[in-house]
Design a protein around this ligand. Sequence first.
Ligand code: FA5
Length: 359
Amino acid sequence: MTDIQSLERDIESAITAAADEGALEQVRVSALGKKGSISELLKTLGGMSPEERKEKGPQFNTLRDRISAAITARKTELQEQALNARLASERIDVTLPARPEPQGTVHPVSQVLDEITAIFADLGFAVAEGPDVEYDDYNFTRLNIPPDHPARQMHDTFYVSPQRDGSRHVLRTHTSPVQVRTMLSQNPPIRIISPGRAYRVDSDATHSPMFHQFEGLVIDEVTNLGHLKWTLEELCKAFFEVEKVELRARPSFFPFTEPSVEWDLRCDRSTPGKITFGQGNDWLELAGSGMVHPKVLAMCGIDPEKYQGYAFGGGIDRLAMLKYGIPDIRSFFESDIRWLKHFGFAPLDIPTLDGGLSR
Ligand code: FA5
């Protein structure tokens, strides 16, 4: 074997042994680089006689070309191997099952609470909150229901044991004490809603000892019953997702409003199991309301000579029952997983007026 053949064999084995492009580059430099073995060989041609150069020149050039071609071929092979390895490591099995659906659902009461909040937010109302365990004073007295007033009997109250100073707390019987808290802490103009829990000693298919109400309060220099009616109409249109509604006013009595009005909503219940709003000969109780009593304004630090306002309050559970066809209020609180799956809402579908309230 000639020197050239043995050099070629050595370089070829180095090319085959190169495991990656870095190693192959080193082989290339050691053979074809400035000081590489083949380059050094080619330099010897200058010192040869013309006959010898004629014989060796083509041999050296062929050697260089063959090694160069072998390096290129190995490089392509290594690149393919690297690509295949990467594709294998990044492979996605498109036949795998999709991510499972979320298990939990949003309770219909929470859904309706969010829907009502979205509707009133659009009308420019802020959300105000108060505690479930409330001062007797805020739940009753400052709402013009003094101790021993017969109106206290209208609310079947859960009382909390008396404090050391003799004062009593109650589980709030309605969300109206949030009106008191808001008027005591803010200056008019006031425009709030206050959705939340309320408690009464009461239980049947339409009454629950713990239930949910929404309260609305608007205080300004010029407010009237027309504004109140318009506000409730807007609520009904958006909530029941209908173009037209008709409200009927009935005189009523609440100690904290004067005059007091209860509102009924025209509906059609002639088809069993179905209810349509804005038409028909039936009426559905919607909310209690009225113009805030001047005595309440005064007891909450607002000048009744300068300001007036309206307030309203309705049942969230009752609205949820109506809208989503739930016959018994008690089922809301039984935590039956099958019921929750059936009546619950997708957790990521937040109700908005633009995106839809109850998709
Ligand atoms: C009130 O509670 C007044 N605070 C509403 C109000 C606010 C009037 C502001 C004027 C101005 P009422 O007792 O009617 O009113 O209750 C309002 C609604 O709460 C009822 O129409 C009903 O939908 C709901 N509700 C009352 N008790 C229960 C109960 N035990 N279970 C479920 N919902 C109830």
